[in-house]
Design a protein around this ligand. Structure first.
Ligand SMILES: [Zn+2]
Ligand SMILES: [Zn+2]
Length: 264
């Protein structure tokens, strides 16, 4: 029975390949989902120089994205605690894998809107790689930006009901499940998003106002150190609102991560 099922799955994928041949998500070259050239030129964010508060590239000392400045004490060389706008960035640290342009943007669109589900493990692998890199550098609390031994479970920023209905699936649940497998963490599907106005038609400031108050926590998170994952950070509004909801519900800490980061 298993052999028959495997054979049928094989025939299915052969027909699928004939009807919709695999092409590179970045450049449309045939045969590979992400060709060697596009893979080699992905705009990775170097975690060494990234802002530990909002994950922006090159924001380690001062960050124009979250308005944080961090001057070393001239006498001792010590770095003081972060002094950025905590209310917008309540997570203890944010780790983003790539700048949101070119191939990474095509990867997110390919998963969300073209339903290329094979991109979910690819996004999760990129996030896991960046978390591993970020674990070598400290967050503003002096602890590593990511520490798997201090992480109890993984949550994801859920789709709104309208987005779920439009797409028929929650792409971030897929990425979160893959990431759980790669990091050896349990999935804690704790967040629920009620419908606000469609984020796609709003400007940056309106987005931030819109998402606040539409997030609620449906499962017990008290005392948990959570890793929260999203696809793209634009203003930080969705991640910030989800983080605040988790902290208000009693989570001990929230470390956030995302596949891509809009900058500038
Ligand atoms: Zn390519
Ligand atoms: Zn920043």
């Amino acid at each position: 029975m298993r052999t028959l099922r495997t054979a049928l799955a094989g025939i299915g994928s052969t027909y699928a390949e004939l009807l919709w041949p695999t092409r590179c998500i970045g450049c449309d070259l045939p045969d590979q989902l992400l060709c060697d050239e596009c893979r080699a030129t992905l705009p990775w964010i170097a975690q060494r120089w990234a802002c530990p508060v909002c994950g922006a590239p090159f924001g380690w000392l001062t960050c124009t994205e979250c308005g944080r400045s961090r001057q070393r004490d001239q006498a001792t060389g010590a770095v003081p605690p972060q002094d950025g706008p905590r209310e917008r960035w309540p997570m203890r640290s944010v780790v983003c894998s790539m700048s949101y342009r070119g191939t990474p943007a095509a990867i997110v669109t390919g998963l969300k809107d073209a339903h290329e589900l094979r991109l979910a493990p690819l996004m999760a692998a990129a996030i896991a790689t960046s978390l591993d890199e970020a674990s070598a550098w400290d967050a503003s609390d002096g602890l590593p930006r990511f520490d798997p031994s201090r992480t109890d479970a993984l949550c994801f920023v859920p789709a709104t009901a309208a987005a779920f209905a439009r797409r028929g699936f929650d792409h971030m649940e897929l990425v979160a499940r893959e990431l759980c497998g790669q990091l050896g963490l349990a999935l804690h599907d704790a967040l629920v998003r009620r419908q606000g106005r469609d984020q796609r038609v709003l400007g940056r400031k309106e987005r931030a106002r819109n998402v606040w108050g539409t997030v609620s926590v449906a499962r017990d998170v008290s005392g948990l150190n959570l890793l929260l994952v999203d696809d793209v950070i634009t203003t930080g509004a969705s991640l910030g609102a989800c983080t605040q909801a988790l902290l208000d519900a009693g989570a001990a800490s929230v470390t956030a991560c995302a596949f891509a980061r809009v900058t500038g």
